[in-house]
Ligand binder design. Sequence first.
Ligand code: 5RP
Length: 218
Amino acid sequence: MNQDQLKQLVGRAALDYVRPGQVLGVGTGSTVDCFIDALAASGITVAGAVSSSERSTQRLVRHGIPVLDASEVTGLTVYIDGADEIDANGFMIKGGGAALTREKIVADLAERFVCIADESKLVPALGKFPLPVEIIPMAAAQLTRRFAALGGTATLRAGVVTDNGGHILDVTGLVITDPLAFETEVNQWPGVVTVGVFARHKAQVCLLGGAGGVKTLT
Ligand code: 5RP
């Protein structure tokens, strides 16, 4: 199976976590696109979805799935999203699609984060994938210096403005041995909107697609 087929496989597998009549949280990315398509084809009627991006909203609406604003719900049973990297504890790097801020907001509403990914995303330690950080543009130079002090090299993602009007720094050269501590520290830096380490909002379930089928990590 190629990578696209693995994404379709885990997209379908995530349907096991969806209940008819439910409002669910929906992430962003090519794997989530497969999940949205699988949901639409499944015949499961959900009450609606809280979406983490304009991209996913458009796809949901195209399929006739109602999209609710985050402020219309007090909580969600489940949030389904992809990841750029995930470790065995469910800690993730996210934000490759620049949707990390809304992804963390929707994840915060949910009781359970179900991560869907192909098995290449499972890593022993986070940091090989350039860490996305959404920032306020004015802080770019200072935040670049702060990451350099940690051994990282931050590069502004050219031409990208997020759904929230922010910019994205991609940081290479980091080895994130303590994701919880790292997220807490970077969150406090002025100008950081969202750091793409999801440790406080880690995945409780990870569905990993590989040659042997879907493996479930909990
Ligand atoms: C978007 C994300 C995505 O979940 C992540 O980039 C994975 O995307 P894909 O499923 O296309 O590999 O965090 O901000």
